[in-house]
Write a protein that binds this ligand. Structure first.
Ligand SMILES: Cc1cc2nc3c(=O)[nH]c(=O)nc-3n(C[C@H](O)[C@H](O)[C@H](O)COP(=O)(O)OP(=O)(O)OC[C@H]3O[C@@H](n4cnc5c(N)ncnc54)[C@H](O)[C@@H]3O)c2cc1C
Length: 487
């Protein structure tokens, strides 16, 4: 039926990290050119099939998948286009993933006196696409950065008619503001003009800190010129240090002539594997080992772009389940909470109490900073917040999922109670009241979607969930729930 290459039928897809979003899509079309993409969108339109858009499949709330939809896999749209050194921008296809982009930029500028590089990417995983970064309006560990919207100059987007549009602050700025953080609902981003920054060398500055003094420690590091940093907190729930103490690692520019270490101290894949296992079996030792490693790397010099890459162990939990002889398979589900910075110590104390009470295990967690977004339609960074990430161990049973969902709802309440919010990309367990408080523009966002895509071509399980939640009676103009075929 669909003549293009790379097609498979009735395919079960899932997200990479939590593995809790199995979805049967009608077909997967892997597109490698703009023409193929336009043809896929128009073909789906002719057939009345909803379209979902996928990149690295790391989003965990069903944003990339729609049951019975046509999944457009963008990962072969991965070319690097024009690098404009004067404007400090590069145009790249939206399916490119960070390692290829970072490597490609370095290759294209070999020998350059003042090379350019990406400003920020997500931490904890690398094989994520630029399209996915736009759609979630992601952030990295910049100490004074806005979300990804701040790194974007322009986008090219194929809309629900199969037409290509340019969107930027000057051209169709409404589409630009909707598409950034718009979770693929306003069209397929085909290319991104990314703002670059000088590629620098950075020295890692490491200290042990308490949450109570963390904000002043962050400010001190910013005052010393550090550009990046995060705080990884203690995860052992039986310790007094649980969510109270941690290791702050920041990165301060040093002259470009500073040599990089010949044999850098770094954690190998095997080290990571054993650390992850320890985090499941002996969290006190896991945190100790981690801390020792970071303290031993103080003063080590890194490139500003590659220091943002890391090890991600594909399917690590399957191996772990076997090794630990788990009765029920499991994985980690991530959640991210945002709170006004002065409220961080109180939030962490109450979060520790809530997690202990519920017996939900934290495998990994960090605190980072974000500056106010001020541009995207569904902006999550409505203030300069502290961002707290929790990776919660989750058994793949009804009780396991309910425990993690309950814990995240409790954490969201704690964040909302302090005037904060939560990140939409990781799950869809927030209650309607929590969505309304944390993301007050959600109904308006859904209305804008219905106006721009009245037949509902672009869909996802995440979108259907929110349409169910804010259905026509609650947000007039929003499409009927569970539109399997679009009108
Ligand atoms: C281990 C891990 C660590 C993470 N760390 C961070 C972090 O540090 N900071 C952070 O902000 N986020 C983080 N995330 C979340 C992640 O950045 C987002 O979920 C991101 O959207 C995933 O990108 P992806 O390429 O995997 O896209 P997918 O998961 O495939 O898709 C995500 C969304 O993007 C849309 N999309 C993808 N490509 C396009 C396109 N070309 N055009 C239009 N829409 C598109 C999809 O429709 C979907 O709505 C992390 C996730 C994991 C699992």
């Amino acid at each position: 039926m669909f003549p293009w290459a790379g097609m498979a039928r009735g395919v079960l897809v899932n997200d990479v990290h939590s593995r809790l979003n199995p979805t049967r899509v009608r077909e997967v079309v892997s597109v490698a050119s703009l023409d193929a993409l336009v043809e896929a969108v128009r073909g789906a339109r002719r057939q009345g099939l909803p379209v979902c858009v996928g990149g690295g499949r790391h989003a965990m709330g069903g944003q990339a998948f729609a049951e019975d939809g046509l999944l457009v896999d963008t990962r072969r749209l991965d070319r690097i286009g024009r690098l404009d050194a004067r404007a400090s921008t590069v145009e790249v296809e939206a399916g490119i993933q960070w390692p290829s982009l970072i490597e490609g930029l370095a290759r294209a500028q070999e020998g350059a006196a003042e090379p350019l590089a990406i400003a920020q990417k997500q931490t904890g995983a690398d094989r994520l696409t630029l399209g996915g970064a736009v759609a979630a309006n992601v952030h990295g560990r910049g100490l004074a950065m806005r979300p990804f919207v701040g790194d974007l100059e322009a986008l090219s987007i194929v809309d629900a008619e199969g037409e290509l549009h340019a969107a930027s602050r000057r051209e169709d700025s409404d589409l630009f503001r909707l598409a950034v953080g718009g979770y693929g609902l306003f069209g397929v981003v085909t290319s991104v003009t990314l703002r670059l920054v000088p590629r620098r060398k950075l020295e890692r500055v490491v200290s042990l800190e308490r949450v109570d003094e963390l904000m002043s420690a962050f400010s001190r590091r910013v005052g010393e010129g550090c550009l990046y940093g995060d705080f990884q907190f203690a995860i052992d729930e039986s310790s007094r240090d649980f969510l109270r103490r941690g290791i702050l690692s920041c990165y301060r520019p040093v002259p470009l002539r500073t040599p990089l270490p010949e044999h850098p101290r770094e954690l190998s894949r095997e080290d990571w594997r054993s650390l992850v296992e320890l985090a499941h079996t002996d969290r006190r030792r896991a945190f100790q080992r981690y801390t020792e490693h970071y303290l031993a790397t103080a003063g080590q010099v890194y490139w500003s772009d590659t220091h943002q890459l890391g090890v991600y162990l594909d399917d690590y939990h399957r191996t772990l389940d076997r090794r630990l002889r788990s009765r029920v398979p499991g994985s980690e589900v991530i959640g991210e909470l945002f709170v006004p910075r002065p409220a961080l110590p109180e939030f962490m104390a109450e979060a520790a109490a809530a997690l202990r009470r519920r017996g939900v295990v934290v495998i990994y967690g960090t605190v980072r900073l974000i500056e106010r977004d001020g541009e995207s339609f569904l902006e999550w960074a409505r203030e300069p917040w502290a961002c707290i990430v929790f990776n919660l161990h989750t058994e793949h049973s009804r009780q396991g999922r309910a425990a993690t969902a309950g814990a995240f709802r409790a954490l969201i309440d704690l964040a909302l109670g302090r005037g904060g919010s939560y990140y939409l990309t990781y799950h869809r367990w927030a209650t309607r009241a929590q969505v309304e408080t944390g993301h007050p523009r959600m109904p308006e966002f859904l209305r804008a979607k219905a106006e721009r895509d009245p037949r509902g071509l672009f869909q996802s399980e995440w979108y259907r969930h929110h349409v169910d939640m804010f259905g026509p009676s609650r947000a007039s103009g929003v499409q009927e729930r569970r539109t399997r075929r679009y009108a």
